[in-house]
Design a protein around this ligand. Structure first.
Ligand SMILES: O=C(O)c1ccccc1NCC(=O)[C@H](O)[C@H](O)COP(=O)(O)O
Length: 256
């Protein structure tokens, strides 16, 4: 399933590239104001930080929320105390787009993450051109050379990579490339199974100086507290925010 998601994202990127070539997108990326330094915004603190996600639907859960105005949702996340905004830009299964990301960029002063299945440099340039400060790099979706290449390009463009892992082996590959922001996704992206204990098993192997992000499977403040007790500096939340009152839910989650 992950391979299908990556193939679909690459196919769509290739379609967009036919209309807007690499040179044009690269120029647009370089013309942007400098990216916000997400390593500063998400640095460990005496309280947990939250990356709040704009998520309409997903392969595992189907339709979640309409979200007619992603900019308004992102603004409410900002008001609610989120430290960064994640925007799912994959269209086929998540109903997202780069237009969503651009709208969010224009609405908030927080760092914005392009959450997609990124496997080609074109997608990284697109992200920066749309105003993203971060991109997601999923270790399971990339061989080590491609992971290193996309990570290096991300840094060259002044952005931060959230390097996502789901096993000890993937974590060591993330650390090998020098990732400073490492995610452990509770969701197996091929089977969609959730393992909320995975973060706790891997967190001890993430050296200090690397920001630890627990991703997925948060339904309640108790789940946020669970991740925090296991060592999470940051928790990334999608479904619980888009299906509830975002400001009130964030307040509960940030109070742990
Ligand atoms: O959410 C899915 O079903 C999914 C399936 C396959 C690949 C990625 C998927 N989601 C992306 C994410 O990792 C989540 O959107 C994110 O971590 C938030 O998760 P949640 O709070 O559980 O909505």
């Amino acid at each position: 399933m992950l391979a299908d998601l990556v193939a679909g994202a690459l196919h769509d990127a290739s379609d967009r590239r036919a209309g807007r070539g690499l040179a044009e997108v690269e120029a647009a990326a370089l013309a942007r104001e400098p990216a916000i330094d997400a390593l500063v915004s998400l640095a460990p603190a005496d309280r947990v930080k939250i990356i709040a996600e704009v998520k309409r639907s997903s392969p595992s859960r189907g339709a979640l929320a309409e979200i007619p105005d992603p900019a308004a949702l992102a603004s409410s996340y900002e008001r609610g105390g989120a430290s960064a905004i994640s925007v799912l830009t994959e269209q086929r299964k998540f109903g997202g787009s780069l237009a969503d990301l651009e709208a969010v960029r224009n609405a908030v002063r927080l760092p914005v993450l392009r959450k997609d299945f990124i496997a080609d440099p074109y997608q990284v340039f697109e992200a920066r051109a749309a105003g993203a400060d971060l991109v997601l790099l999923i270790v399971a979706a990339l061989d080590q050379d491609d992971l290193q290449g996309l990570f290096t390009l991300t840094r060259e463009l002044g952005m931060t990579a959230l390097v996502e892992t789901h096993s000890a082996d993937e974590l060591s590959r993330a650390l090998d490339i020098g990732a400073g922001l490492v995610g452990v996704n509770a969701r197996d992206l091929s089977t969609f199974e959730l393992d909320q204990e995975l973060f706790g098993r891997l967190a001890g192997h993430i050296p200090s100086g690397v920001i630890r992000v627990a991703e997925s499977a948060v339904k309640s403040a108790a789940d946020v507290a669970h991740y925090r007790e296991a060592g999470a500096d940051v928790v990334l939340v999608g479904e619980a925010l888009v299906t509830g009152d975002p400001v009130r839910t964030l307040a509960e989650f940030l109070a742990v």
